[in-house]
Design a protein around this ligand. Structure first.
Ligand code: ATP
Length: 230
């Protein structure tokens, strides 16, 4: 079993999230990809994420009909903040030694990896699949403290679309897999801004998610919101 784990705030889930999950699934021939919305912030400061119950439901709507994508409640059921290392350990135990886990992440988020809890252990527990994101360059990985030295020429090559995949071995027998995907421009921050300003959403969201947001009057407050860290 090859299982992809795709975490995020999904606030809200948008069409690029679904595109990443389906394209990585196809490219790496994964059996299943779990989309794992993060839990509510422990002390619920005013003006942070939309409630987890809504974010989870939107993920469910976005992936309806995609049989190999699954919404996971693992992080939203935990009372405390979930660290990725705990999520991966739990899922490794749950799926057992026969399963190979692939942690899907956008390049922008992966560039923050050194700030995560137990990042070196996390890299040795599962494969990491880092996908391109508009305005980010794989060359920036050269200076990421938790990674072994990466060949700068190979990184420049994938940035210039000379190749669409690069694999690097990591300690523990895992791999760092860099995948160049067709550029997908949606971002949750921009979508929330558009909703507050009543600007067109231009197909950035699956139709069912857009209807859910309208029905539940999400993201309509005028004040800007502080993001919580992943
Ligand atoms: P924000 O706009 O606030 O940064 P987001 O759109 O990145 O939010 P998240 O829920 O934070 O949404 O993202 C979950 C994961 O999806 C992250 O690993 C992120 O890098 C990745 N991701 C999100 N949008 C894209 C995109 N357009 N292309 C590639 N990866 C993406």
């Amino acid at each position: 079993m090859k299982i992809g784990l795709f975490g995020g705030t999904f606030d809200p889930v948008h069409r690029c999230h679904v595109a990443v999950a389906t394209q990585v699934r196809d490219r790496l021939d994964l059996d299943r990809v779990l989309l794992i919305p993060s839990g509510d912030p422990p002390h619920k400061p005013l003006g942070t994420l939309a409630p987890a119950v809504h974010r989870l439901e939107m993920v469910r709507l976005a992936i309806a009909g995609e049989s190999f994508l699954e919404a996971s409640e693992l992080e939203i059921r935990r009372p405390a903040k979930s660290y990725s290392i705990e999520t991966v350990r739990t899922l490794k135990e749950q799926y057992g030694p026969g399963a190979e886990l692939f942690f899907l992440i956008g390049l922008d988020a992966f560039l923050e990896l050194h700030t995560w809890k137990d990042a070196p252990s996390l890299l040795s527990l599962c494969h990491f699949v880092v996908v391109s994101r508009p305005l980010c360059r794989f060359a920036a990985l050269r200076t990421l403290p938790v990674l072994p030295p990466l060949d700068p020429i190979a990184l420049a090559h994938i940035d210039s679309q000379g190749q669409d995949r690069l694999d690097f071995p990591l300690t523990g027998g895992t791999s760092l897999i860099l995948l160049a995907l067709p550029p997908c421009e949606a971002s949750a921050t921009d979508i929330r801004r558009r909703l507050r300003a009543r600007l067109p959403l231009s197909n950035l969201l699956p139709a069912s998610v857009e209807s859910y947001i309208i029905q539940h009057r999400l993201y309509q407050e005028a004040s800007d919101r502080t993001r919580v860290e992943g």
